[in-house]
Design a protein around this ligand. Structure first.
Ligand code: SF4
Length: 388
């Protein structure tokens, strides 16, 4: 078996060979965290040259909490008929987008449950309505399981649903719901969500239509480090295929550890040593570093401040992340499982990036740069303390 030092030394070279599943697992299991972060930061500087770290001013909108999928780690959903169910009206959603426009935001990320009461017409009306009222905002909406839910309700294929949503003005399909693309793990925590192949198929259809997509990863369900690398491998293979077909593929890889409060996964594991579940800061940084080295075909690796806090997100930049995520303005899904911070001011993200030794770059949903804080202005943005 190869030694982790040998693998890391090899990865320091600008023309390093592609990291294999075995070598990535060895790094995950054994590498010294300081050496690992050093090499993954060097790799980031080769793959994403320059000193910029991007961020996005956006808003999350969780339009309905009604869901029939019952993922064990989800604290957000309510089953149909539950007294706490809600579905936002078009006016409520539009009001939220106006608030985003007021702070110079450029996209909404709209996700909800799989609501059997909403047919395709409701979604098409929603997208067209927003498109008319807020023409400059990018609409990154839904996830593969929501698309499958709409397809079931209206008796169409997922591709047909995506075509109609794209025609109505949807800009992107975020990669929510990937969790672990390893069926042994996936089907244990979300049996009704279906296999990894389902998620990959719907995302591939979205990429075929030119929708903007990202790849996500929730980890810490008690799986092995090898499972985590296998998840990355499913995404890397799909990205290879997308690029070979001339598609943009995934813009980014976004990972965060499962949260354990207020959900049946946390309850089911109550007696268990919680250190085995989720991920602490060092394990999270290890995950970021390995993903940076593994994804030679996805440029952007995101740090997750909502789950890890801004302090750890700053460290993630030093582990090879080149994106600090987004302002969100509100977050109702992960925060229902115990995270406290649900929004970040733009200045907080800028200051976090500056304190990590990088320059903040405001971007849009497609990672186009909108605005870079000039070097001579790289003192901290005034009077905005960082709050984890
Ligand atoms: S994670 Fe999504 S699909 Fe799963 S129960 Fe929650 S809202 Fe439903």
């Amino acid at each position: 078996m190869r030694k982790w030092k040998e693998i890391l030394l090899e990865q320091l070279s600008p023309d390093a060979p592609r990291l294999t599943i075995n070598d990535a697992t060895i790094l995950y299991d054994e590498a010294d965290i300081n050496d690992l972060m050093h090499v993954s930061l060097a790799r980031r500087k080769i793959q994403v040259p320059g000193n910029g770290v991007t961020y996005l001013v956006d808003r999350n909108i969780n339009y309905t909490n009604i869901c029939t999928i019952n993922c064990q780690f989800c604290s957000f959903y309510r089953p149909p008929g539950h007294p706490e169910v809600y579905t936002q009206t078009f006016d409520e959603i539009s009001q939220r987008i106006s608030e985003l426009e007021n702070i110079g935001g450029s996209r909404i990320l709209m996700q909800g449950g799989v609501n059997p009461e909403l047919g395709l017409d409701w979604y098409l009306d929603l997208i067209s309505n927003i498109r008319k009222k807020h023409p400059t905002i990018s609409l990154d909406c839904f996830s593969p399981i929501e698309i499958e839910g709409i397809a079931d309700v209206c008796g169409m294929s997922t591709l047909e649903v995506l075509v109609q949503l794209a025609d109505a003005g949807m800009h992107g399909l975020p990669g929510g719901g990937a969790e672990m693309l390893v069926d042994d793990v996936r089907l244990d925590i979300s049996p009704k969500k279906g296999s990894a192949d389902n998620w990959l198929r719907v995302m591939s259809e979205a990429q075929e239509l030119g929708l903007t997509t990202s790849a996500t990863n929730v980890f810490g369900f008690g799986e092995t480090n090898n499972h985590r690398v296998l998840h990355m491998d499913r995404i890397r293979i799909m990205q290879d295929n997308a690029l070979s077909l001339g598609r943009v593929g995934f813009t980014s890889f976004v990972a965060w550890p499962v949260q354990l409060e207020n959900n049946s996964f946390g309850k089911r594991n109550r007696g268990r040593n919680r250190i085995e579940l989720g991920a602490g800061p060092v394990e999270y940084l290890r995950h970021i570093s390995v993903s940076r080295l593994f994804f030679d075909n996805i440029d952007h690796i995101q740090a997750s401040w909502p789950t890890m806090g801004l302090g750890v997100a700053q460290m993630a930049i030093l582990a090879g992340a080149d994106d600090a995520g987004s302002t969100m303005m509100e977050e109702n899904v992960v925060s229902a499982s115990g995270t406290k911070k649900i929004l970040a001011k733009e200045e907080e993200l800028q200051n976090s990036i500056i304190r990590s030794g990088f320059s903040p770059v405001k971007r849009d949903s497609d990672y186009n740069h909108l605005e870079t804080l000039l070097l001579e202005k790289r003192d901290l943005v005034a009077a905005v303390p960082i709050q984890n």
